[in-house]
Design a protein around this ligand. Structure first.
Ligand SMILES: [Zn+2]
Length: 458
């Protein structure tokens, strides 16, 4: 948190609408940080310079359950009618945020029944009952069912068994294009979101085949731009959400090495804002809490590669003390807890001047999780590029998360948020799997369940 009586980062630049918006956000955020220090009785005077002791904010989740329940179950006004096709997404945002905050006692059966009705008879899920199957709600439904499948709530993995894997596979194949991308629905747009959604769902439910993967890795690699991040399609502008989709899709099949890792790492690090502490999604855009996950997870997914580079280029003892998560974790947590968290409302906002919402609550908490995570992938995963998908060889991340291979399998599943060396007053959170963005314990259970069934398409 840089509190200096100096010019703001964009003060010396000329005036444009973009810069004026940036200046307005910087002024608001600086004023909030100064008010926070004064309110919390920091021994240092606000604005006294770098290195001042900064108090840890409290993180009280007591109002979060009500907020998440209301977001899922309370009828919305007509102003939100455009969200009708996004109801599966809303269940995902709320159940994932709840899983990370250890709030799990929702009405899980009614959520499962809603998703059952949203499954399309020809495969995949729509945003609600009777709607067209679309890759986004399909991912959301699968991830939600994996998060909901808790012992004591369901027997015999009931939420996972409702997924019709054979029709899902046929539908995914019907979305494939000759160039190796996926349309998000029949006659829909093709971009790197489609690649992530299709490959992550197929990997989770164990229906991935060489035919489904054919051409996908090369097409995703073509989306990397001259800046280093990934665009939605080849030739467009790099963007945090698309970059996450491309990187996580490749990580999902053990092929991160298809990208220029140095350029990608540089681009992702440049997205963390110098004053705000949070991430922006694109060059010259404003900070936004959801990119805590979209950009933070990219750097978490690269941590295995970063660690192996550190080990190769320094001594082993020095490498063991270096942080493979290269972004400034403390400043990201400053942004999320001081600027975006609304304790009375029970959720997170995009930025201080915004309203809180379920989407930003989900991805802010997921960002808190990736700021604490290391070893999302074993070190060799970023350096390999399989020329052809080998269905027999278990991808490195699966060895890691299922603990049946070379991975350590020793990641703690619940942890206190460590904030500038202090954990007092902060909640105990669960962590997320950065590839699937599903609570890590539930993700492991889901992967193991579908592997126990075998791959019906092989
Ligand atoms: Zn956002």
């Amino acid at each position: 948190m840089a509190l200096r009586n100096k010019a703001l980062p964009c003060d010396d630049l000329s005036s444009t609408p973009t810069l004026n918006a940036q200046r307005k956000v910087e002024e608001e955020i600086l004023s909030n940080y100064q008010a926070f220090l004064q309110q919390h009785g920091s021994s240092a005077e606000a604005g006294s310079g770098d290195g001042a002791p900064i108090p840890a904010p409290t993180f009280d989740v007591s109002n979060m359950k009500a907020f998440l329940r209301n977001s899922m179950f309370r009828p919305m006004s007509s102003a939100f009618s455009s969200l009708d096709g996004s109801r599966a997404w809303i269940t995902f945002w709320c159940t994932q945020a709840g899983a990370l905050a250890n709030i799990t006692n929702f009405d899980a059966r009614s959520i499962m029944d809603f998703l059952r009705l949203s499954q399309h008879p020809d495969g995949g899920f729509g945003g609600g009952p009777g709607l067209l199957a679309h890759l986004a709600p399909t991912y959301a439904a699968v991830a939600t069912l994996v998060n909901l499948n808790r012992e004591g709530v369901f027997e015999d993995d009931e939420p996972l068994r409702l997924i019709d894997r054979e029709s899902l596979y046929r539908w995914l194949m019907s979305l494939k294009t000759p160039e190796g991308s996926f349309a998000v629905h029949h006659d829909g747009e093709c971009d790197v979101r489609g690649s992530y959604l299709a490959l992550s769902v197929a990997q989770m439910t164990n229906i991935l085949t060489p035919e489904l993967l054919e051409g996908a890795v090369d097409w995703i690699a073509q989306c990397q731009t001259y800046e280093g991040g990934l665009a939605g399609r080849p030739g467009l502008e790099a963007h945090g959400g698309y970059t996450y989709c491309g990187v996580a899709a490749l990580a999902c099949v053990g092929a991160i090495g298809a990208l220029d890792i140095d350029a990608l790492t540089y681009w992702a690090l440049q997205r963390q804002m110098s004053l705000e502490g949070g991430f922006q999604g694109r060059t010259n855009k404003l900070v936004d809490s959801c990119y805590s996950f979209w950009c933070g997870a990219v750097l978490a997914l690269l941590s295995g590669t970063t660690r192996s580079v550190m080990a190769a280029e320094t001594s082993a003892s020095l490498a063991s003390h270096m942080d493979p998560i290269l972004f400034d974790r403390a400043s990201l947590l400053d942004y999320l807890f001081v600027q975006c968290y609304d304790a009375s409302g029970g959720g997170f906002k995009d930025k201080p001047s915004s309203r809180l919402d379920a989407y930003h609550t989900c991805y802010s908490l997921s960002g808190v999780s990736v700021a604490h995570s290391v070893d999302d992938l074993p070190s060799q995963s970023g350096l390999e590029r399989p020329l052809a998908f080998d269905p027999v060889k278990v991808p490195p991340f699966l060895q890691h998360v299922t603990g049946d291979g070379a991975g350590t399998g020793a990641t703690p599943f619940k942890y206190p948020v460590i904030y500038r060396g202090r954990s007092r007053d902060l909640a105990l959170l669960s962590s997320t799997n950065a590839i699937f963005n599903i609570e890590r314990n539930q993700c492991r259970k889901g992967l193991e369940f579908f592997r126990s069934l075998g791959n019906p398409m092989m």
